[in-house]
Design a binder for this molecule. Structure first.
Ligand code: PMP
Length: 417
């Protein structure tokens, strides 16, 4: 009862129309219709404060960071390092030294595979992933497997789209060196029981990497409460710029890991005989980084904190229920992934109409969805489909958007009748 009251209060405090006005891209017309942007799992639109931050950076502060003694370089450095601290607070990392700026989730995972995996994983060792991973949490481990002779073990997925946790426990052995699992499935929206997955692995001394690409925009993430060893996410899925992301890693791991790339900024001194590496996190940040991107991501985090992640989660949960019910009423529509715990991502097929045809016709009505395998081909195979249509909602989407999607889907059905 109390929980329901809190939910109602959170919903009442959430003014979606005011939020929408902060996102200029949402106001446009596409093919004569008001844009209905439901491709947020691929990338999110950017609020005005993030856009303004980027414009201001290039208009007034632009300079390279860390080594400059002039005013602009000092300002850029300060803004970049402040952004790192904002991100540290946002995911509740213990120290800013644990926040490594990378290109995105993909680079974060590759960094771990290279610098953590390669020195530790040998022939016969095992890496555990799940059947609902994005390709970026499969292929880096396959490359490592092929280099080392290690084995890749896969946690199976149920018909509802949930991980088989009993099977997971059976997969953990004395040869398991790492578990690497997605928090929220980009294809079917399942929210995995990450704390439990981590506890089970830690009970055997096995470190865990969390692919948090879809988690950060929908859930409140606390890396210390989760106790994960690594957590990777991308700025562009969090209402920030493309080309920048974050790898969180426990300090002890980063301290023990060799650098990922060599170059400027990741060193404290270089001679031809010996190079001393820089302190954390700079040891992992070779070369000029995406300075404006990092600062822009800091601004996105500020925006989300003002909106309130708790309110966002409550609002999206209600929107997901509405969308699931409304889509369930569309004839011949089958939702793929019916887990009890889902973020606001809905994948479906519409009779035997090809997903690309559905997406193309929806576009004529200004409805933007993603169609295809969503970089999760093994999961598509698990469900026996080549492709799905995916509607992924952000906190700026409304029931009106859901209604527009449903109306457009009914038009698709008419075309194929
Ligand atoms: N993991 C998941 C779950 C994702 O949704 C994505 C992006 N679709 C990625 C990893 C890869 O992210 P990026 O392309 O931004 O590196």
């Amino acid at each position: 009862m109390e929980a329901a009251r809190v939910m109602v209060k959170l919903m009442a405090d959430f003014d979606v129309e005011r939020i929408r006005r902060d996102f200029p891209a949402l106001a446009q017309k596409v093919r004569g219709h008001g844009l209905v942007y439901l491709d947020n799992a691929a990338t999110t639109q950017k609020p005005k404060p993030v856009i303004d931050t980027l414009v201001e950076f290039y208009t007034t502060h632009n300079a390279n960071i860390h080594r400059g003694v002039h005013a602009l370089s000092e300002r850029s450095t300060q803004a970049y390092e402040e952004a790192r601290k904002k991100i540290q607070r946002f995911i509740n990392a213990e120290s800013h030294e644990e926040i490594v700026f990378v290109r995105g989730t993909t680079e974060g995972i590759n960094l771990v595979a290279h610098s953590f995996g390669r020195p530790r994983i040998h022939k016969g060792d095992e890496i555990v992933v799940s059947a609902m991973e994005h390709h970026s949490n499969i292929v880096p481990w396959q490359i490592l497997r092929d280099e080392t002779g290690a084995n890749l073990k896969v946690i199976p997925v149920s018909d509802e789209g949930e991980l088989d946790l009993a099977a997971y426990e059976r997969l953990l052995t004395e040869r398991t060196r790492l578990v690497s699992v997605v928090y929220v499935s980009n294809s079917i929206g399942t929210v995995n029981p990450m704390s439990l997955i981590i506890q089970k692995a830690h009970a055997r001394g096995i470190p865990v990497l969390v692919d948090g690409a879809q988690a950060v925009s929908h859930l409140m993430v606390d890396v210390q409460a989760l106790d994960c060893d690594f957590f990777a996410f991308s700025g562009h899925k969090l209402f920030g710029p493309t080309g920048v992301g974050v790898l969180y890693a426990k300090k002890a791991h980063l301290a023990a890991m060799p650098p990922y790339q060599g170059g400027g900024d990741m060193i404290s001194s270089v001679t031809f005989e010996k190079t001393r590496y820089n302190t954390l996190p700079y040891k992992f940040e070779a070369g000029t980084p995406h300075i404006s991107g990092g600062i822009g991501l800091g601004s996105a985090v500020d925006y989300l904190e003002r909106a309130g992640m708790e309110k966002i989660a409550a609002y999206e949960s209600e929107l997901l229920d509405y969308a699931t019910e409304a889509l369930g009423r569309v004839e011949d529509l089958r939702i793929i992934g019916t887990s009890r715990h889902k973020a606001s991502i809905v994948s479906f097929v519409l009779g035997d109409i090809h997903a690309h045809d559905v997406g193309t016709i929806l576009d004529r009505y200004g409805v933007a969805v993603r169609t295809g395998h969503h970089c999760t081909m093994p999961l598509m195979e698990r469900f026996g489909v080549a492709a799905t249509v995916r509607a992924s909602f952000a906190f700026y989407n409304t029931r009106r958007d859901v209604d527009s999607l449903v109306e457009a889907l009914n038009q698709v059905r008419k075309v194929f009748r």
